[in-house]
Ligand binder design. Sequence first.
Ligand SMILES: *[C@@H]1O[C@H](CO)[C@@H](O)[C@H](O)[C@H]1NC(C)=O
Ligand SMILES: *[C@@H]1O[C@H](CO)[C@@H](O)[C@H](O)[C@H]1NC(C)=O
Ligand SMILES: *[C@@H]1O[C@H](CO)[C@@H](O)[C@H](O)[C@H]1NC(C)=O
Ligand SMILES: *[C@@H]1O[C@H](CO)[C@@H](O)[C@H](O)[C@H]1NC(C)=O
Ligand SMILES: *[C@@H]1O[C@H](CO)[C@@H](O)[C@H](O)[C@H]1NC(C)=O
Ligand SMILES: CC(=O)N[C@H]1CO[C@H](CO)[C@@H](O)[C@@H]1O
Length: 807
Amino acid sequence: MRFASFAGLVLPFALGEKLVIPAVEEAVSLQLAEFDRYYVDAANKTLDSPGTLSFNDARGIEQRTTGSSYWYETIAHQGISAFNDDPTTYKVYRNVKDYGAKGDGKTDDTIAIQSAIGDGNRCAPGTCASTSTTNAVVYFPAGTYLVSSSIVSYYATHLVGNPNSLPILKATADFSGFGVIDGAQYQPGGSLPWIATNIFWRQIKNFIIDTTAIPATNAATGIHWPTSQATSLQNIVFQLSSDAGTQHQGLFIEDGSGGFMNDLVFYGGLYGAVFGNQQFTVRNLTFYDAVTAISQIWNWGWTFQGISINNCTVGLDMATRDASNKEVVGSATFFDSSFTDTKIAFNVSRNSDSSPRTGGSLAIENVSLKNVGTAVQYGPTQAALLAGTTASSTIDSWVSGQVYHPNGPNKVAGAQTPFTRPTSLLSNGKYYQRSKPSYADLPSSSFSSVRDGGAKGDGKTDDTAALQIVITAAAALGKVVYFDAGTYIVTSTLFIPAGSKIVGEAYPAIMSSGSFFNDVNSPKPVVQVGNSGDSGVVEWSDTVVSTRGAQAGAILIQWNLASPSGSPSGLWDVHTRIGGTIGSGLTSGHTSMHITTSANNVYLENVWLWNADHDVDDAQLRQITVYSGRGLLVESKVGNIWLVGTSVEHHVRYQYQFRNTQNIYAGQIQTETPYYQPNPSARSPYPLISASDPNFDVSCPKATAAPNCAEAWGLAVQASKNVLVYGAGLYSFFSNYNTSCSAAGASTLCQQGMVLYDAASTTNFRIYGLNTVGAYGMIYRDTVRLATYDYNINVFPSSIISFDNAA
Ligand SMILES: *[C@@H]1O[C@H](CO)[C@@H](O)[C@H](O)[C@H]1NC(C)=O
Ligand SMILES: *[C@@H]1O[C@H](CO)[C@@H](O)[C@H](O)[C@H]1NC(C)=O
Ligand SMILES: *[C@@H]1O[C@H](CO)[C@@H](O)[C@H](O)[C@H]1NC(C)=O
Ligand SMILES: *[C@@H]1O[C@H](CO)[C@@H](O)[C@H](O)[C@H]1NC(C)=O
Ligand SMILES: *[C@@H]1O[C@H](CO)[C@@H](O)[C@H](O)[C@H]1NC(C)=O
Ligand SMILES: CC(=O)N[C@H]1CO[C@H](CO)[C@@H](O)[C@@H]1O
């Protein structure tokens, strides 16, 4: 194992395992008889010579009996799947050791791990279309698990390792399969299971994946991960061969509609990561010693934030064309990142004659270079479009593609003025980032289980009172609320006070029900975070908020809480879902999420607000018509809202709206218009709220406007300041359920406009990498169409690499 770059951190290792102590740079074999697990504090540098150590002379080695245990491993496992065919016997939680896995670095654990995944009537690849009733967590205690063929993951499966001592999945020398973890195993006939754009609600976190025993020149893949919304990879280390001729790759994604991933470290490989997917947000990825760190094989638009590339030949290779010499990569937005000791930072094949016209667009902002041969290389001739440096330099902003300020298109390849960033959104000059907490240092006694508190989560019982008691008490006692897997019915508002920390197991659902939430003229929050005027911090992760039956007045999440600047509240992997699953009935909603005037300093990461377009529990995945009025409304006066990898889909009037707010960082945002529009149009069935809805009677006068004018805005910005968008995929695929309006070359597009802002009172509104599908006008300033799709044709969407509202 090679951990040299971990210097200064605490290194996990198992009994009898070999590792390199950074201060010594030599392999030592640790023979520790009595104890399971130790940690070496590398910063101590007390291991001054290599050799075989026994416990007694292992200075700087300490036993961490409690420190290496993890609350989720030791807490009572009482999660259920409420709508499973057999909820009394179906197990949500599976510890691989209970299925015979040894994790001793010697035993082949493949079959045991696979039986943990497959236990019960689950949604295996090739056997089912998708499901919401078989969520499972497959937990890996610390250890080294030898695997000889792919661990094949199933639908809605969370593979979770111990974050205090990352389990190692070690491929054997004769490993066979596509991916040490195969997240969507190819089926006979060569197709991916489940339809890649329908793979939702799953995670892999806290692992080391090691392919180094596989000969370098054999193909080897760490994780195969075609995927879509509400999925994540977090805190994974990929150990790949860096020997000459290596054919190893860490991560391989060839399809889907993502998505988010973060905190990944890649060592070695021909490719660290191979990325092909409509859109994605990737944050905090570090690459060492790869030939090509990131190979972008196709996309519509990707957002790369906080990428560190070290000692590679190429950083981001997006010079990908098809057999007819057309660009297949749509666009990339890459910022707050660094390249060190790397020959070519970006390899592109876009030039002024590219086909399609905007194919291969690239935006770079605040990227530092240290000993980089070429910053941007034009692949076909290997000419430098932007020079590198043998010392250090920073690319403030460089774009290639079509630019609007606010008129255009202007064809640009070169430097431009970077976005003006409000300092309140920054930490050390970069946009503030914060990863989902694992609460790794807390014992299980610090958690309050809602089931222990009397909530049933069975999808039938009214759990409002029981949940409220647990949540209120936990905040007072400083405990973390633990939502055991289940579906918790609430019939009135659940209140989350300042100071709350909430974490869910396998996406438990809080599901609203009843007449309390069904008055369209008097909407009520399902989950309300703070009262107006409250201040403090809330952390909330891994939960779904949902509705059952008619809920025309349900605001699924209402955020009122103000948090201190520099110490925002956070939501990670908190999703809303209206319809589309067993148990939701014929449902509706008013607004998926409202960040109100009093709220501020909120960090959202990997949040998908979904009004369902199809039924995931229907074997034929039939489309459904479910109405909810509005997606995400931000009206925070102080602002400081981070939207990292968020997505809002199929709401009637708009997906994202920023109104009377300021200081918004958003990247990448992704939306879809309801499939049924314009039948009916976005004017109905939700009556206009004149104080906060964009008014279609203004933008689409009834007497003169085309039928497809009054359709949901992807993004509306009104009276707001400093709205900075780093990647946007805003799509309208259908008109009255027919996709011919979004097909290449369509004569009538699905809808008229996608982005709206007001000229009078919006300032510093900027977008990198705006991609729209099916919209005739990409951006409207009031009623003026600024950008028309056909000037900006890209691989499938239309694309503007940089937009700003002021010339
Ligand atoms: C980046 O990921 C590493 C783990 O790979 C983590 O320790 C670090 O805190 C993360 N940094 C940020 C800014 O998220
Ligand atoms: C750089 O990467 C190569 C493999 O591509 C490796 O052999 C070499 O040791 C690395 N250099 C450093 C300084 O880590
Ligand atoms: C860069 O892109 C070109 C295609 O335009 C390709 O031939 C070349 O291999 C890529 N990589 C390097 C290191 O030049
Ligand atoms: C860019 O990132 C660097 C750190 O890599 C930071 O020091 C700098 O202030 C950042 N921000 C801007 C706007 O340049
Ligand atoms: C979809 O619309 C196109 C163009 O109007 C039409 O030719 C086609 O028949 C429609 N398809 C269906 C299934 O209605
Ligand atoms: C200087 C330093 O980091 N010392 C640490 C060495 O390791 C011991 C045991 O973990 C710590 O207590 C010291 O602080």
